[in-house]
Ligand binder design. Structure first.
Ligand SMILES: Nc1nc2c(c(=O)[nH]1)N[C@H]1C(S)=C(S)[C@@H](COP(=O)(O)OP(=O)(O)OC[C@H]3O[C@@H](n4cnc5c(N)ncnc54)[C@H](O)[C@@H]3O)O[C@H]1N2
Ligand code: MOO
Length: 396
C-alpha cells in the first residue's frame, strides 16, 4: 500500500504536468455558449451608458422638493428618447429605462404622485437619488468583467451583449480520444454471448467528455493484446489532443495498457490511494497527455470526475477549479479504516449522508441512485454526526 500515491499529491501532479493544448479562434458571441474565453474582457463602455430611471414616475431636482409643493410637468421622456435639461422647479414625466434629464437627480414613482389639473404633488417625501440607475451601475468602462479560462455561461453572453460585443476569442475545442479495452466487451446493439458484457465505459466517457464541454474526435476499442492496444494508441496520438482509456491498467496478464505506454511514451504515475480507482495511470505519448482510467465502471466514473476532468480543463485552456465541498454529517458509523481515500456514493436524507448499500466498483446503478460522493480520508473512521466533505455529482 505504501507505494500508492496520495490522492491530493496525484491531483496536483496531474494538474501541474498539464498545459494548454488548443489554439484560439474568434466566433460570433451568439455561438460561444460553453466555450472557453482565451482573453480577459475589459468593458469598453459604461453599462448603463447614461443615468436612467428605474421606475415609471417623475424626475425632479431634489433641491426643488418641498413638502406639499405642486410641480408643473415640463416634458415627457420615454425610454429611447433624448431629454432636454430640466427646467428649474418643474418635474419631468419619465418611464423606466428613460434617460434622466440634465439637472434631475431623483425619481419619484408614480404611485407616490397625486395629479391635480396640470400639476403633481408627491407624498411621501423622496430621498435624494431615489430610483436613479447611475451610469456604470452595472459595469464601468475599463473594468475587467470576464477572465481568460472562464467557460462562457448564458448570463455572461447577456453581459457581453450589454457591452455591445459581437465577436469573442475563445479556445478551439479540445479533441479528446477515447480507448476502451477488453475482450469481453461488445457494443450495445449486438446479443451477448457467454462471457461477454456490454461496453458501458465507452458511451459513459464520451458523455462525460461532452458534458465537460470538450469534443470526442475518436473513440476506439482494443482487444486485450499489446498489438491491438498499440495500434489504437498510435491512431489516437495522430488525431487527438488528449487521450483517455478505460481498463487494462491493473496487474493481470491481460492488462496491456501500462506496458504499451512504457514502450510508446513516458509513464508519470500509476496507482493512487483512492477507492474506487486505484490503478489510475498517467503518462504522455509523444507529448500528448494520457490518462488510463481503471475499467470497473464506478472506478472510471470517480477517476474521470476527479482526475480526467481536471486534466481536460487545463488542456482546454479552462480555469482548473476543483469542485466545492459541502460539510455534511454522516448518518452512519464505520469502525474500520482503510488505507485509501474513499469516495462513497451517498444520498442525503434529513441532512445526513447515507451510503448506498452497493459500493462495488463494478456497480453503476448505485451511483445513479446516489446524489454525490462522501469523501472519507485514508485511515479515517466514520462517526455518525461528524462532518465530512460531500461533493454533489452536479458540481463535477
Ligand atoms: N490482483 C489484483 N487484481 C486487481 C487489482 C489489484 O490491485 N490486484 N485491482 C483491482 C482494482 S481496484 C480495479 S479498479 C481493477 C481495474 O482493472 P483494469 O483497469 O485493469 O480493468 P479491467 O481488468 O480491464 O476491467 C475491470 C472490470 O471492469 C470491466 N470493464 C472494463 N472495461 C469496461 C467497459 N468499457 N465497460 C464496462 N465494463 C468494463 C471489466 O469487464 C472488469 O470486470 O482491477 C482489479 N484487479
Ligand atoms: O480501485 Mo478499484 O476501483 O477499488 O475497484
Amino acid at each position: 500500500m505504501s507505494s500508492l500515491l496520495a490522492f491530493e499529491e496525484a491531483l496536483t501532479a496531474i494538474e501541474q504536468a498539464a498545459s494548454v493544448r488548443v489554439k484560439t479562434e474568434t466566433l460570433p458571441l451568439t455561438k460561444s455558449l460553453g466555450r472557453i474565453l482565451a482573453n480577459n474582457i475589459v468593458a469598453p463602455i459604461n453599462v448603463p451608458p447614461q443615468a436612467n430611471s428605474a421606475m415609471d414616475g417623475y424626475a425632479i431636482a431634489y433641491q426643488d422638493w418641498q413638502d406639499g409643493k405642486a410641480f408643473t410637468v415640463s416634458q415627457r421622456i420615454a425610454a429611447g428618447q433624448a431629454p432636454t435639461p430640466l427646467q428649474t422647479g418643474t418635474c419631468a414625466r419619465i418611464f423606466t429605462g428613460a434617460i434622466l434629464p440634465a439637472g434631475a437627480d431623483t425619481i419619484i414613482m408614480q404611485e407616490n404622485a397625486q395629479i391635480e389639473a396640470e400639476q403633481v404633488c408627491f407624498h411621501p417625501s423622496p430621498q435624494q437619488s431615489d430610483n436613479v440607475r447611475p451610469s456604470g451601475q452595472d459595469m464601468k468602462q475599463g473594468q475587467t468583467i470576464a477572465f481568460a479560462g472562464q467557460k462562457l455561461s448564458a448570463m455572461q453572453i447577456g453581459l457581453l451583449a450589454s457591452l455591445g460585443i459581437t465577436q469573442i476569442t475563445v479556445f478551439t475545442p479540445l479533441k479528446v480520444g477515447i480507448l476502451t479495452t477488453g475482450d469481453e466487451l461488445i457494443p450495445a446493439g449486438s446479443s451477448l454471448k457467454s462471457g461477454q458484457i456490454y461496453n458501458s465505459n465507452g458511451p459513459m466517457l464520451a458523455a462525460l467528455v461532452s458534458e465537460a464541454g470538450h469534443k470526442v474526435t475518436c473513440s476506439l476499442h482494443a482487444a486485450d493484446t499489446p498489438e491491438a492496444t498499440e495500434q489504437a494508441l498510435q491512431q489516437l496520438i495522430k488525431e487527438c489532443d488528449v487521450i483517455l482509456s478505460s481498463g487494462g491498467v491493473s496487474v493481470g496478464e491481460e492488462d496491456h495498457v501500462k506496458g504499451v505506454l512504457e514502450k510508446l511514451g513516458t509513464l508519470h504515475l500509476w496507482k493512487i490511494a483512492i477507492k474506487p480507482g486505484k490503478p489510475l495511470v498517467h503518462a504522455s505519448l509523444e507529448g500528448i497527455p494520457f490518462l488510463g482510467l481503471p475499467g470497473n465502471p464506478s472506478s472510471t466514473l470517480v477517476t474521470f470526475h476527479w482526475f480526467a476532468r481536471l486534466l481536460l480543463s487545463v488542456c482546454a485552456g479552462a480555469q482548473a477549479t476543483r469542485p466545492e465541498a459541502y460539510k455534511i454529517k454522516a448518518g452512519f458509523n464505520r469502525h474500520r479504516a482503510i488505507q485509501r481515500d474513499e469516495f462513497l456514493r451517498v444520498t442525503i436524507r434529513q441532512g445526513k449522508a447515507h451510503p448506498h448499500a452497493q459500493q462495488s466498483s463494478g456497480a453503476l446503478l448505485a451511483a445513479c441512485e446516489s446524489q454525490g460522493y462522501l469523501h472519507i480520508r485514508a485511515q479515517e473512521l466514520v462517526k455518525e454526526d461528524q462532518e465530512y466533505d460531500f461533493y454533489p455529482f452536479h458540481s463535477f
